[in-house]
Design a protein around this ligand. Structure first.
Ligand code: MUC
Ligand code: MG
Length: 374
């Protein structure tokens, strides 16, 4: 008998952050997760997550829009589909909806989680197997205060939780941002790698000035300095500077990867399952980077545990992941909606080893944090 997709529920979950998180385009005091529960006719439930940053300020999909898309269009299209055929189900969704990658990613995760649970294997086994059991994970310093950021980095180094730090810049004048970054790099010295993410905030001239100063300060990498549409400018900056330039917002799926590779617009690709419409889309994007000799990095949309561990199952299958990951999302949240939160030690994220994602929803916490709670 066929095993089919039954009900699909998309739940908005609002969780407080441990401190304000300041990015060029938004200051986060809380994070909104869209948690998906996909129930199948054999009683197996798969879970997934779609999460973005700062409402619509990072990309084209908002949490509320993702829920609407799933409830109105994607869930009805999946009802009755063969739950054991993930590619088939995703192909159906591709015909019903263009774009909407974050929403599709959450559904693909839930389908994969259900199928891996059904087979009794971890999700990465369903993808062909893990090349590495743990993933290096950096931490973002983004309190908005230089001294507080240095203290935070020192504590995390001492705890052996992180030894690479990403700084969020682009809110202030270029010189002020560079002073902030340089002070942190000077304090940490060779004990830590320091990278910056400008989140598209500079024009090309600002980027040229800023990157020259950041390079002189010993910064290891510069992420998305200019707007996502300006790939030619990104290519000129990549050609001009030695410090590696990373593509984030300008890179979603494999088609973007081909274009960026052809332009020579990036030294490193920031892969994210949400941007690529799911784990398989991310793997296809990674394959283009690999073929073009571009280094890879496992990015985050600051997801909670479900989205973070879904990404981790995908990233751990990649043969080449030269820049590690930034899968620290759960650590930025005061609480979560799973029974066991991911483990971080010795500078790495350790994957859970149960079937599927290896996670279970905590029903009490979900009931408490869901936006529509009674
Ligand atoms: C981004 O733009 O890369 C990743 C880490 C963080 O603090 O924000 C994100 C989003
Ligand atoms: Mg980024």
């Amino acid at each position: 008998m066929n095993i089919t997709v039954g009900s699909v529920e998309a739940i908005l979950v609002d969780l407080p952050t441990i401190r304000a998180h300041q990015l060029a385009m938004a200051t986060m005091q809380r994070q909104t997760l869209v948690i998906v529960r996909l129930r199948c006719s054999d009683g197996v439930e798969g879970i997934g997550e779609a999460t973005t940053i700062g409402g619509l300020s990072y990309g084209d999909e908002s949490p509320e829009g993702i829920k609407l898309t799933i409830d109105t269009y994607l869930a009805p299209a999946l009802a009755g589909a063969d739950a054991t055929n993930v590619h088939g189900a995703m192909h159906t969704l591709a015909k019903v909806a263009r774009g909407n990658r974050f929403a599709k990613s959450a559904l693909e995760t839930a389908l994969l989680d259900a199928q891996a649970k059904r087979l009794g294997v971890p999700l990465h086994t369903l993808l062909g197997g893990a090349v590495r059991p743990t993933l290096p994970a950096l931490w973002t310093l983004a309190s908005g205060d230089t001294m507080r950021d240095i203290e935070e980095a020192e504590r995390l180094l001492a705890e052996r939780r992180h030894n690479t730090f990403k700084l969020k810049i682009g809110r202030r004048a270029v010189r002020d941002d560079v002073a902030h970054v340089s002070a942190i790099k000077r304090a940490l010295g060779d004990r830590a790698r320091v990278t910056v993410d400008v989140n598209q905030a500079w024009n090309e001239a600002e980027a040229a000035t800023g990157i020259a100063m950041l390079e002189a300060a010993g910064i290891d990498l510069v992420e998305q300095p200019v707007p996502r549409e300006q790939r030619a400018a990104l290519a000129r900056l990549a050609a001009r500077f030695v410090v590696p330039i990373m593509a984030d917002e300008t890179l979603c799926g494999p088609e973007d990867a081909v274009d960026l590779a052809r332009l020579g617009a990036a030294d490193v690709f920031a892969l994210k399952i949400a941007k690529s419409g799911g784990i398989h889309g991310m793997l296809r994007t990674a394959a283009v980077g690999d073929a073009a000799g571009i280094a890879l990095y496992g990015g985050t949309m600051l997801e909670g545990s479900v989205g973070t561990i879904a990404a981790a199952h995908g990233f751990c299958t990649l043969p080449q992941l030269a820049w590690g990951t930034e899968l620290f999302g759960p650590l930025l949240l005061k609480d979560d909606v799973v029974t066991q939160r991911p483990a971080y030690r010795d500078f790495e994220l350790h994957l859970p080893d149960g079937p599927g994602l290896g996670l279970m929803l905590d029903e009490d916490k979900l009931a408490f944090y869901r936006r529509d709670r009674a």
